[in-house]
Design a protein around this ligand. Structure first.
Ligand SMILES: Nc1ncnc2c1ncn2[C@@H]1O[C@H](COP(=O)(O)OP(=O)(O)O)[C@@H](O)[C@H]1O
Ligand SMILES: [Mg+2]
Length: 434
């Protein structure tokens, strides 16, 4: 092959190589060791004409890639890589297109060692975007999962409360009947005893007035009176009946509270009803009284509030959770203040305690299902998350304010009027379906 033919062939090969490199979407640069560009492919030229940025600074490609720091590292290590963001606009507005470019740099060695540098830029925007979609989806799924878990635990808790409600309602119903007739019989007994004692007093009066020649006839009666301790019996009988009556009144009240509280076990298909919240607070307080009485003085500061449309026994659960938590927070003795008032278009029910308070780090987590600082058996960590859900269903909100060592105030805000009854029925139906 003649020299000129060989040269022509070499030149054709060179052109083919250049064309091949120009047909790539990736950018290719060959540069001298000092960064002077010897060759750039078509895509490389386009990339180079754009604005580059690294770590938030906008610059030219030369500033970003051929700067002395990168080059000297490259010369020492033989390889380098980096990721850059590219944009066609110097001041990109909304909707501007950004590209992410991954750059592989390499020292090219020849017969006498390092001879040149090669730079290979690949647009990874699409891959990166795909990765971002997957990443976003992952986060979304995590959130959905957390929501499902929260709903599940709420359902669990509602289920538990519903069973307790049904149980309470059942027991209350069973007790109510016998209590009814014991109560009524005691009333009659009280009247009978009173009549009998009056009758005996009448006889006694007559006996005292009997002439002395007839007094010996009363001997056996005196004996019976002494045996029965008539003087004492006379005073004690009405007292006994009165005490029993009071006892039965109290039992009746507890049964009524239980029924009120459980709303006759209609928790799961409870209807929205116009309700006096003070009644709910009072009956709930009676239910938890046993747990609170040794620890706290309970102060009631009930304001003037109208009745509101709500799911009464569900709100009672909220009050119950808040009151029990307040009781738990008090270690020795403290005060629990239950206050109600109307503010603008809302009713505010606050339950404040002088307990141990909540650490700021925990404040953000107390409404999370299963978050509890209580020992096993005392806390499930579901009370507040359940309460949160119930209040949300009422289009209200719960706020908390707490200082460690001073106390905590929970405020439940409920709208005076629910947005619309259609929404209620839809939500109630959803609950039924759930
Ligand atoms: N009144 C309060 N004072 C102090 N901490 C409280 C109070 N109410 C709630 N907390 C904190 O919030 C956590 C979660 O409460 P809750 O959801 O009712 O679950 P539980 O009572 O079963 O722990 C409690 O463990 C407690 O740390
Ligand atoms: Mg609790």
């Amino acid at each position: 092959m003649s020299e000129s033919t060989a040269h022509a062939k070499e030149s054709a090969t060179q052109t083919m190589r250049t064309n091949a490199l120009d047909s790539l979407c990736d950018g290719v640069w060959i540069a001298e060791l000092n960064g002077d560009v010897l060759y750039r492919s078509a895509a490389a030229a386009i990339m180079e004409s754009m604005y580059w940025s690294r770590d938030g600074h906008v610059c030219t490609m030369a500033d970003a890639v051929f700067e002395s720091g990168v080059l000297s590292r490259l010369r020492v290590n033989g390889r380098e890589s980096g990721e850059y963001e590219l944009c066609g606009d110097l001041n990109p507005g909304e909707g501007a297109q950004f590209y992410t470019v991954e750059m592989q740099m390499q020292v090219l060695t020849g017969a006498v060692g390092a001879e040149a540098l090669s730079f290979h830029a690949r647009d990874v925007t699409r891959e990166w975007a795909k990765g971002k979609v997957v990443h976003d989806r992952h986060i979304e799924l995590g959130q959905v999962n957390a929501r499902i878990k929260a709903t599940q635990s709420q359902l669990l808790q509602s289920e538990k409360m519903a069973s307790i409600g049904q149980l309470a309602a059942g027991v209350a119903h069973e007790i109510n009947n016998p209590i009814g007739y014991v109560h009524s019989n005691l009333n009659t007994l009280q009247t009978y005893a009173h009549d009998l004692l009056s009758l005996l007093a009448g006889y006694e009066n007559i006996c005292q007035k009997l002439p002395s020649e007839y007094q010996h006839l009363l001997g056996s009666i005196q004996e019976i009176k002494a045996r029965a301790d008539y003087g004492y019996l006379q005073n004690d009988l009405p007292q006994l009946i009165e005490e029993s009556r009071e006892g039965i009144e109290r039992v009746k009240k507890i049964v009524m509270d239980l029924r009120d509280f459980s709303h006759a076990g209609e928790l799961e298909n409870e209807q929205w009803a116009e309700t006096d919240l003070h009644r709910g607070l009072q009956s709930t307080l009676n239910i938890v009284w046993n747990e609170l009485k040794y620890k706290a003085e309970v102060r009631e500061q009930f304001g003037d509030i109208p009745t509101i449309s709500c799911l009464p026994s569900q709100l009672n659960q909220v009050f119950l959770n808040l009151l029990v938590n307040a009781g738990h927070a008090i270690t020795e003795r403290g005060i629990i203040t239950i206050a109600t008032r109307q503010v603008d278009g809302e009713i505010c029910i606050s339950i404040a305690d002088t307990g141990q308070g909540i650490a700021p780090a925990n404040l953000l987590r107390i409404f999370d299902p299963f978050f509890t600082t209580k020992p096993i058996g005392k806390g499930t960590g579901l009370g507040l998350s359940l309460s949160y859900g119930i209040v949300q269903k009422h289009h209200g909100r719960i706020e908390v304010e707490s200082t460690v060592g001073v106390g905590t105030t929970f405020r439940v805000y409920l709208p005076l009027r629910q947005p619309s009854m259609t929404i209620h029925s839809i939500e109630t139906n959803n609950n039924l379906g759930a």
